[in-house]
Design a protein around this ligand. Structure first.
Ligand SMILES: NC(=O)c1ccc[n+]([C@@H]2O[C@H](COP(=O)([O-])OP(=O)(O)OC[C@H]3O[C@@H](n4cnc5c(N)ncnc54)[C@H](OP(=O)(O)O)[C@@H]3O)[C@@H](O)[C@H]2O)c1
Length: 325
């Protein structure tokens, strides 16, 4: 089958080639990949490799497709089902015509959604949902700050928080303010002057927000500490805040580290099954028109390597890049 192959660690070492699938294990589905989306974890791991990978390796954590075969011990999924999933990054991934996925992690793709929408949802959407709903127990009436509101995760987070009835403040570069507002943000702030940004957030939130979701970096989550009200919460996905800054805060907050793929890495049954449940919840919001899946770029399998480089360089205009197979 056609697949993107990483011959050795290094983003320049990705190329289109031929690959074969491993044997189906108990609990596995063999899926014909119809669409796959690009995520920062794909370029990060392709750059540095992963201890569990042998080369050539096929990356790609997200996908959507049709079930071709079910392994022993599979329950609730049939051959022919349309599904989407966030896969186990230690296994051969979805930048290929077929993939093996643990059936517990997959969600049936609603008939109203395209394979492209299904593929764009998991890593970004489930991370936003897990951070806000599962970890922070988001409530209507709360004020939420999404740092990186125009990104893959941030654009889902803004919409989820808005739908929950929260007041949403988001940070984004000026060219994207209109877009982020259209997703439901009440205030959008330019992040390029950090001091001014903190001042504006404190002003809009009357002294601090209930929840900060940082999707950017360690420096940004550290800055986020200054904008959480006492007893509020900070969830981060791309870098822990500096421990000294947490200690020096002078008031208690809850800090959550979000690691969506940890469910697979720890082989935690409840957490793997929750990937599927969160997929159901989020896709039903999409079907009801409450959440839009933002796809800025449609590509084919051969273009994945060049678009991973563009994603890393910050050259994706907004939302997700999706490859149709
Ligand atoms: N821990 C987990 O489970 C998990 C899951 C998913 C993703 N992640 C990580 O989370 C990060 C974001 O992922 P993504 O898919 O959303 O990436 P993305 O689609 O590339 O979006 C990144 C966004 O960051 C924004 N940005 C850059 N610098 C910023 C700053 N100083 N302040 C505010 N915003 C800034 C950019 O905004 P502008 O376009 O407005 O400049 C861009 O929209 C990546 O590092 C990824 O690896 C972690």
């Amino acid at each position: 089958m056609k697949a993107i192959l990483l011959t050795e660690p290094g983003l320049q070492n990705l190329k289109l080639g031929q690959s074969t699938l491993a044997d189906l294990k108990p609990g596995d589905l063999r899926i014909e990949v119809k669409a796959t989306s690009l995520n920062p974890v794909d370029y990060k791991l392709s750059t540095h490799g992963h201890p569990s990978w042998t080369y050539p390796h096929t990356p790609g954590v997200d996908g959507a497709g049709v079930v071709l075969e079910v392994g022993p011990e599979v329950q609730g999924i049939q051959v022919g089902d349309r599904v989407f999933y966030h896969g186990d990054l230690t296994r051969a991934g979805s930048f290929a015509e077929q993939v093996l996925v643990d059936h517990r992690a997959v969600t049936v793709l609603p008939a109203e959604m395209s394979f492209e929408e299904g593929a764009a949802l998991p890593c970004a959407g489930l991370t936003a949902y897990q951070a806000l709903v599962r970890f922070c127990n988001l409530q209507a009436g709360q004020t939420v700050l999404v740092q990186g509101g125009a990104g893959g995760v941030g654009s889902f987070a803004v919409q989820i928080a808005h739908q929950w009835g929260a007041r949403v403040i988001a940070t984004a570069s000026p060219a994207k303010h209109e877009l982020v507002r259209s997703l439901g943000a009440d205030e959008v702030i330019d992040y390029r002057d950090p001091e001014q940004m903190v001042e504006q957030v404190l002003q809009f939130s009357a002294g601090g927000v209930d929840i900060v979701l940082d999707t950017v970096s360690r420096a940004s989550s550290t800055l986020g500490l200054q904008m959480v009200r006492p007893s509020g919460q900070l969830a981060f996905i791309a870098g822990r805040p500096e421990p000294e800054a947490v200690q020096q805060l002078g008031h208690p907050i809850k800090v959550h580290e979000v690691m969506l793929g940890g469910a697979h890495v720890r082989k935690d049954d409840a957490a793997i099954r929750d990937l599927s449940r969160m997929g159901e919840a989020l896709s039903s919001m999409v079907v009801q028109g409450k959440v839009k899946v933002l796809i800025s770029q449609h590509i084919g399998l051969p273009e994945i390597p060049e678009w991973l480089i563009k994603l890393k360089a910050g050259e994706v205009p907004f939302g997700k890049v999706v490859a149709t197979l």
